[in-house]
Design a protein around this ligand. Structure first.
Ligand code: NAD
Length: 331
C-alpha cells in the first residue's frame, strides 16, 4: 500500500523502513506536518501516517478521503487531535499504537522528577562553569513522600511501581480502579485528598473534554505548598497561566513538562535562531524550578521499534482485509 508518512524525522525513516522490510509497503516520507497547507502531499495515498501534533480536523479528513485515503494511522497512543466523528462519517478507518513501551514514558517522568527535585539541570550548568557551590541545589528524599498519579493505566502503573521502589506512598486517581495498582499497596483518592496529601503529582490520563485543565487555579489552590507537578501526558491537562501564577506565589514548588498545550507551534523543530512569540511559554522557561523537554518521553529505541512495527502491521491488516487490532472506534 502507498503510505504518506507526515512529520517524518530521520529516526522515523530509519525505523519505519526497517519495520517495512518484509511487508514491502511504499513509504513516502514528508518532513512537514499534516495541515491544511500540506494536504496536497497526501493525494493518491491510500494510507496516511501522522504523529501527535499533526492536524486531523473534519475539513482535513474530508480532503484526505476525497484524495483516495482510506486509512489514517497514528504513530502514537493519544488521539485528541483527530475528529473521530468526522472520520466515522467519512468511512475513514483510524488506527493508533494502543500500547508500546510504557516504560519509556514512565521512566522519563522519573527522570524529570529527579531532575527538578535534585536540581540536576542547575548543577549541570554550574559545574561546566567550574562553580561547585551547593547553595540552591538542596532537594528532598523521595523515600516516605506521597506521590499522586492521575491516570493509573499502562504508564501510570509503571510509574507507580517505580515510585513504590523508591519507598513512596502512592495515591491514584482514575475513573476505573486497577487491582494491579492496588496490589502495589497503593490506594485511590479523590482530587481533594490528593491536593491535601501529595508532595508530587504526575499526570498520566488522556486529554479528553473531562480532563481538559484538570489542573486549574482551583486545584492548585488546594495543593500542599511546594508540591512538584510532572506532566508527560498532554499539555491541555493543565491551565498553564494558572500554573505560572502558582509558581510565582511558591504554591507550586516545581514543574517538569514534556508536553505543552500550544506545543504544535514549538516542538519538533529548531527555533534557536528565532524569537519565540509565546509569552506564557517563555515565562515558564524563566523559572529556575521549571524544566521542559519537547515531547520526547516516548523516545526510546524500544518504543520507536514497536511504534513503527505496529503501524506497518496495521496497514498490512487493512490491505489484506483483516480485523484491525488497533482501530479507534468512533466516539
Ligand atoms: P491508558 O489508556 O493505559 O491509561 C490512561 C488511564 O487514564 C486509564 O486508566 C483511564 O481510565 C484514565 N482516565 C481516563 N479519564 C480519566 C479521568 N477523567 N480522570 C482520571 N483518570 C482518567 O493510557 P497510557 O498508555 O497509560 O497513556 C496515558 C497518556 O500518556 C496518553 O493518553 C497520552 O496522552 C500520554 N502519552 C504521552 C507520551 C509522551 O511521549 N509524552 C507517550 C505516550 C502516551
Amino acid at each position: 500500500m502507498k503510505i504518506a508518512v507526515f512529520s517524518a524525522r530521520a529516526y522515523d525513516r530509519e525505523f519505519m523502513n526497517a519495520a517495512n522490510t518484509i511487508a514491502g509497503h511504499q513509504l513516502c516520507f514528508f518532513d512537514a506536518p499534516l495541515e491544511r497547507e500540506t494536504l496536497v502531499l497526501a493525494a493518491g495515498h491510500e494510507a496516511v501516517c501522522i504523529f501527535v501534533n499533526d492536524r486531523a480536523d473534519a475539513g482535513i479528513l474530508e480532503t484526505l478521503v476525497s484524495g483516495g485515503t482510506k486509512l489514517l494511522a497514528l504513530r502514537c497512543t493519544g488521539f485528541n487531535n483527530i475528529d473521530l466523528k468526522a472520520a466515522a462519517r467519512l468511512g475513514l478507518k483510524v488506527v493508533r499504537v494502543v500500547a508500546y513501551s510504557p516504560y519509556s514514558v514512565a521512566e522519563h517522568a522519573v527522570a524529570l522528577l529527579q531532575t527538578i527535585n535534585r536540581k540536576i539541570h542547575r548543577a549541570y550548568n554550574r559545574t561546566r562553569d567550574s562553580n561547585f557551590e551547593l547553595d540552591g541545589l538542596m532537594g528532598f528524599d523521595l523515600h516516605g513522600k506521597t506521590v499522586a498519579i492521575v491516570g493509573t493505566g499502562r504508564i501510570g502503573l509503571v510509574f507507580a511501581k517505580i515510585m513504590r521502589g523508591f519507598g513512596c506512598e502512592v495515591l491514584g486517581h482514575d475513573k476505573f480502579h486497577s487491582p494491579e495498582f492496588e496490589a502495589l499497596g497503593a490506594r485511590y483518592a479523590d482530587l481533594v485528598e490528593i491536593g491535601a496529601k501529595a508532595d508530587i503529582i504526575s499526570l498520566h490520563c488522556p486529554l479528553t473534554p473531562e480532563t481538559h485543565h484538570i489542573v486549574n487555579a482551583e486545584m492548585l489552590s488546594r495543593l500542599k505548598r511546594g508540591t512538584l507537578l510532572i506532566n508527560t501526558s498532554r499539555g491541555g491537562l493543565v491551565d498553564t497561566e494558572a500554573i505560572v501564577e502558582a509558581l510565582k506565589s511558591g504554591q507550586l514548588g516545581g514543574l517538569a513538562l514534556d508536553v505543552y498545550e500550544q506545543e504544535a507551534d514549538l516542538f519538533y523543530r529548531d527555533l534557536s535562531s528565532t524569537v519565540v512569540s509565546d509569552d506564557v511559554f517563555e515565562r515558564l522557561l524563566s523559572f529556575p524550578n521549571v524544566i521542559v523537554t519537547g515531547h520526547q518521553a516516548f523516545f526510546t529505541r524500544e518504543a520507536i521499534t514497536t511504534i513503527c512495527q505496529t503501524t506497518i502491521n496495521s496497514v498490512t491488516e487493512f490491505a489484506t482485509g483483516q480485523v484491525l487490532s488497533n482501530e479507534i472506534k468512533s466516539v
